[in-house]
Design a protein around this ligand. Sequence first.
Ligand SMILES: Nc1ncnc2c1ncn2[C@@H]1O[C@H](COP(=O)(O)O)[C@@H](O)[C@H]1O
Ligand SMILES: O=P(O)(O)OC[C@H]1O[C@H](OP(=O)(O)OP(=O)(O)O)[C@H](O)[C@@H]1O
Length: 327
Amino acid sequence: MTGIISHADEKRLVLVSGRAHPDLARDVAAELDIDLVHTTAYDFANGEIYVRYADSVRGADVFVLQSHTAPINQWIMEQLIMVDALKRASAKTITVVQPFYGYARQDKKHKGREPISARLMADLFKTAGAHRLMSVDLHTSQTQGFFDGPVDHLWAMPLLIDYVRTRVDISNVTVVSPDAGRIRVAEHWASKLGGGPLAFVHKTRDTSRPNQAVANRVVGDVVGRTCVLVDDLIDTGGTIAGAVRVVLEAGAKDVIVAATHGVLSDPAAQRLSESGAREVVVTDTLPIIPEKRFPQLTILSIAPLIARAIREVFDDGSVTSLFDGNA
Ligand SMILES: Nc1ncnc2c1ncn2[C@@H]1O[C@H](COP(=O)(O)O)[C@@H](O)[C@H]1O
Ligand SMILES: O=P(O)(O)OC[C@H]1O[C@H](OP(=O)(O)OP(=O)(O)O)[C@H](O)[C@@H]1O
């Protein structure tokens, strides 16, 4: 195995990773059957970051993997610096692979004098030298339009659905959206999970205080049913724990939660473990440290999907084809 795959036409695929989620980088490299190109990365005494690649990347198609986990600003900055180093080392193309797109929730101004940080992120990566972005389950699809270049928007839904299908009797499933913003996604889930009914939770947020979600009530047929609650991400767990509570109070038989990104900021692990959900299923787009794991948590590997998408991009194939039948 080498860090570089040589083709007759001299194309070279290089995978490099920041320090945020080494397990995911290792798994993606293994799926691609390549070695990561070693990257030296460390912090100077004042917190500034240094990176250098051990091998030449000249003329290569380079994929820069970084998970936007806490401390998120440090890891985003590291990825930006990695892109800059690749640009200056004459990489042919640079694809930023950010399985979870940091700042994606700041995609519009809700009030005057707010930033649109999701757009700023795209601009920063473009300025650093990125040609292309790859991400999984963006908070809103429109974020694709922020980056001036190709964006590969991967869906974890087929992976999650394949798993959830093994855990439920699909003739008795109601798919539940934990808020109004995710009803379209929940519709998609329902059609793929046996075409059962759909419900949604009326959620409100106190916008004067961060991370405060209130689940008011559930609308839809949940009595006696296995409810599958679907969301893009679980951060502090307030949205999901509240939704599980109102769904169970409304008479659901049991609840399985499926979300792509397990951000799991405190006190999510405690909230979820005490929520009454039978199972909470996430992917490993973000690392989940042992202290944040709880008995009902299942973590699915996103590495095969990312590796297949990288392969398609490198081969000038079709990323969309990975989702044929799920569009
Ligand atoms: N990082 C964040 N954590 C929690 N809440 C956030 C974060 N970034 C933005 N927000 C707030 O989330 C909602 C987003 O609402 P959408 O309807 O999805 O646009 C908004 O209140 C943000 O201020
Ligand atoms: O675990 P939590 O801390 O509760 O945060 C997670 C929730 O926050 C986001 O929704 P958001 O309320 O930002 O927007 P939306 O209702 O428009 O999806 C996200 O889609 C989750 O539903």
